[in-house]
Design a protein around this ligand. Structure first.
Ligand SMILES: C[S@@+](CC[C@H](N)C(=O)[O-])C[C@H]1O[C@@H](n2cnc3c(N)ncnc32)[C@H](O)[C@@H]1O
Length: 273
């Protein structure tokens, strides 16, 4: 049973909002429950740049409206998100069943989805997020990584760079939005801040050394394409293309803390690798 926040303000007309994700590979990773929400909606929204995906969605539900035009070059992204949220909530406030589809997972690194759900519930509407396949899930499959082997930490790249934190280099590290470090606006083109990549490189060299291999990863967005997997040593990172669609994977430095035997014995374990 999904939890519902207490109602702050009750509207006489109650609508609903379904928030779904399409995964990647065009619409090749969509789940049956998300597809059902898409088809049943009175009003469908889509936020993504994929024209084929958009037209496919229109075929599923003719009410489709793209939210992508809320972005424009130089416009603050928070302003764009606010506009998207208002557009998504308008049919909900009118008592309709709205659905919004994002690429990837709708709740992974997506501000307007969480915010629209919170506001819809505060106004007395029902709102539900459905799980989907994120870029990180594709990365685990394409790079054949098990995140539990060494542990795995995941950060937004700007956040990772500007907040001093204790980084556990014995665990894997995943950095989102490495191609847009420090950029708060939407920009044309795909490499928003090469200087940010250089700063990130310096930080990674301090932590991992110049020669440690990192992977610039892009999941395939259409079925006929392969994923982009660029392996370089940290030092060379600024020489390869890091786009706003890239996710950076930093494998662990394989120096692990010794296992605490006392804790193992308390767990009743004799053998642990
Ligand atoms: C706003 S987030 C959206 C994430 C998305 N909701 C998901 O579930 O993967 C944008 C970031 O997702 C990652 N991303 C988007 N498309 C990607 C792709 N095709 N391959 C790898 N990472 C991608 C990048 O780190 C990018 O900067």
């Amino acid at each position: 049973m999904r939890s519902v926040e207490p109602t702050e303000k009750s509207f006489s007309t109650v609508g609903s909002l379904d928030v779904v994700g399409l995964g990647f590979l065009g619409i090749g990773q969509i789940t049956p429950e998300s597809l059902s929400c898409i088809r049943q909606a009175d009003k469908l929204f889509y936020l993504g740049s994929d024209a084929l995906g958009r037209e496919w969605l229109r075929g599923q539900n003719a009410s489709l409206e793209s939210l992508y035009d809320a972005y424009s070059a130089g416009k603050n992204r928070l302003e764009s998100y606010e506009e998207m949220i208002q557009r998504m909530l308008a049919p909900v406030r009118a008592g309709e069943r709205a659905c919004v589809a994002f690429y990837g997972h709708p709740g992974v690194f997506v501000f307007p989805s969480h915010e629209a759900i919170a506001r819809a519930r505060r106004e007395g509407h029902s709102a539900t997020m459905y799980p989907a396949i994120s870029a990180e899930d594709c990365l685990f499959a394409d790079l054949e990584i098990d995140p539990t082997d060494f542990g795995c930490a995941s950060y937004e790249a700007t956040d990772f760079l500007v907040r001093p934190r204790r980084v556990d280099t014995s665990a894997a590290l995943i950095l989102w939005q490495a191609g847009g470090i420090g950029v708060t606006t939407y920009e044309n083109g795909l490499e928003w801040n090469p200087e940010g990549v250089r700063l990130l490189t310096e930080r990674l060299m301090q932590l991992y050394g110049d020669a440690h291999e990192v992977v610039v990863y892009e999941a395939a967005v259409i079925p006929v394409c392969d994923p982009v997997i660029i392996r370089v040593c940290v030092e060379q990172l600024p020489s390869v293309r890091v786009s706003v669609y890239s996710t950076l994977y930093v494998p662990p430095l394989i120096v692990r803390d010794p296992i605490r035997q006392d804790d193992l014995l308390r767990l009743g374990q004799g053998n642990f690798t």
